[in-house]
Design a binder for this molecule. Structure first.
Ligand code: GDP
Ligand code: MG
Length: 298
């Protein structure tokens, strides 16, 4: 199944998805103020933030005028264009080698699963991969990562529960160098005793990477759960403050999705939108494609 159909399967499960709500406003009627008001309402209630919605509406007014569009149904492709433009602002560059991807995000968003999927993807591409189990807070976290590592037949660096995660990262960098690895994927904790402690821990990991592995291209990729909605934005803000994120990936777009927040995320943050998770197995990871994403939600 292609990107579109897999996303679409997920979106279908969402009764009041973005596209469904929009269906009722792109009619054969003439464009008037009511149309813009209704559209504004739908966008905001689809987890596209207020500011981004205002930007989209202004842009749509302008493009409709320029293209001499009179009927609302003819506005749909203009709206799609605007959304694709927003989502295309920060196209991910091809990954260099060696590179480090530190994966961050709150508990349960799919960090460990995404790393497992990436381990398989990169191995299939012929890359040498090392994993670092730097979530030493949850006892079962490194076991879970080991299962993925065994499946993909890649090296995983672990340590005992409770050990300083920065020490695990230090060891994993030595392992990556010794093996001439192309990619080092770092799994991190999503929850600690409190937020400030977690953020300090992530900063410390980052310092270790910068100091010990300056030759590696360093990505700090936050994971957001597609079902979270606008809340995802404040999560990204939090991690961004701590470590200056570079990339974002979105999981669970096969389920009930509120993917609309991705539009505000793309507008407000300088992040490359890299991958999309559409299931729980190793192959359920896709490269993000702005046009296909917009086609799936609209
Ligand atoms: N349906 C679906 N489930 C996912 C996806 N990614 C992760 N999960 C599930 O979400 C749950 C939490 O994932 P996990 O990787 O442990 O999250 P972490 O706490 O961020 O490491 C697990 O049950 C995963 O199987 C996805 O793209 N689609
Ligand atoms: Mg985990």
């Amino acid at each position: 199944m292609g990107f579109f159909s897999r996303l679409f399967e997920g979106m279908k499960k969402t009764k009041k998805s973005f596209g469904e709500k929009l269906k009722y406003i792109f009619t054969g009627n003439d464009i008037d103020e009511d149309f813009y008001e209704e559209l504004e309402f739908v966008l905001v209630s689809s987890d596209i933030g207020v500011e981004t919605t205002e930007y989209i509406i202004d842009e749509l007014r302008e493009r409709a005028k320029k293209n001499k569009v009179k009927k609302t149904e003819d506005c749909k492709h203009l709206l799609k264009e605007i959304l694709v433009d927003i989502l295309s602002q920060n196209k991910p560059e091809k990954l260099g080698s060696p590179c480090v991807i530190m994966v961050l995000g709150v508990n349960g968003v799919g960090k460990t699963t995404t790393i497992g999927k990436l381990a398989k993807k990169f191995t299939d591409e012929g890359k040498k991969v090392v994993l670092a189990a730097a979530d030493t807070f949850r006892a079962a976290a490194s076991d879970q990562l080991e299962v993925w590592a065994n499946r993909a037949k890649v090296k995983v660096v672990t340590n005992e529960h409770g050990v300083d995660p920065a020490a695990v990262v230090y060891d994993s960098i030595q392992a990556a160098k010794a093996r001439n690895a192309d990619v080092l994927l770092i799994d991190t904790a999503g929850r600690l005793h409190n937020k400030a402690v977690l953020m300090e821990e992530l900063k410390k990991i980052s310092r270790v990477v910068n100091k010990e592995y300056p030759e590696a291209e360093y990505h700090k990729m936050v994971i957001v759960d597609g079902a979270t909605g606008q809340n995802a934005i404040s999560q990204v803000e939090l991690f961004n403050e701590a470590v200056e994120l570079t990339d974002v990936s979105i999981t669970k777009l096969d389920g009930t999705s509120k993917g609309g927040f991705l539009i505000s995320l793309a507008k407000d943050f300088d992040l490359a939108i890299r991958y999309v998770g559409v299931g729980e197995t190793a192959d359920d990871l896709l490269d993000f494609d702005p046009k296909e994403f917009v086609d799936a939600i609209l």
